[in-house]
Design a protein around this ligand. Structure first.
Ligand code: GDP
Ligand code: MG
Length: 149
């Protein structure tokens, strides 16, 4: 089953949105496979965002991610990578639809409260980076109520 990496950024933690965000993924029917509150070092944040290292906003982005603790999570389910991106909304909250997390709770692109992997391959890399000791292997008893088979 597909997995994605979701991170509640420091502004999402500070603003008390952890429960709300976890709730949206849970209620959708996805399964939580890993979760931790963690403060990351600059080098780790640079590694996570290494694909964006040439962007003018890169150092500000890294400052933002290391400005407080984040909640790192692994969620599992059918098409969870792309559906997770839809739940999160567009990168710029000004363009995120109401009903999405960024659309409902964020205003600026540099304070957009949540990260979600953009592809199955990047999810695999991000999960390996953030959860080097692996995740929890369990299956929800709700499975047959969410999936046909
Ligand atoms: P995401 O996958 O939707 O998070 O977007 P990207 O991977 O393109 O960018 C990663 C993060 O960098 C975004 O979530 C924003 O926090 C930040 N970011 C992206 N573009 C900009 C920008 O133009 N300005 C600023 N200040 N931050 C940006
Ligand atoms: Mg991205």
């Amino acid at each position: 089953m597909e997995q994605t990496f979701i991170m509640i950024k420091p502004d999402g933690v500070q603003r008390g949105l952890v429960g709300e965000i976890v709730c949206r993924f849970e209620k959708k029917g996805f399964s939580l496979k890993g979760l931790k509150l963690i403060s990351v070092e600059r080098a780790f944040a640079e590694k996570h965002y290494e694909d964006l290292s040439s962007k003018p906003f890169f150092s500000g982005l890294v400052d933002y991610i290391i400005s407080g603790p984040v909640v790192a999570m692994v969620w599992e389910g059918k098409n969870v990578v792309s559906t997770g991106r839809n739940i999160i909304g567009a990168t710029n909250p000004a363009a995120s639809a109401p009903g999405t997390i960024r659309g409902d709770y964020a205003v600026e692109i540099g304070r957009n409260i949540i990260h979600g992997s953009d592809a199955v391959e990047s999810a695999r890399k991000e999960i390996a980076l953030w959860f080097p000791d692996g995740t929890v292997n369990w299956q929800s008893s709700l499975h047959p109520w969410i999936y046909e088979c």
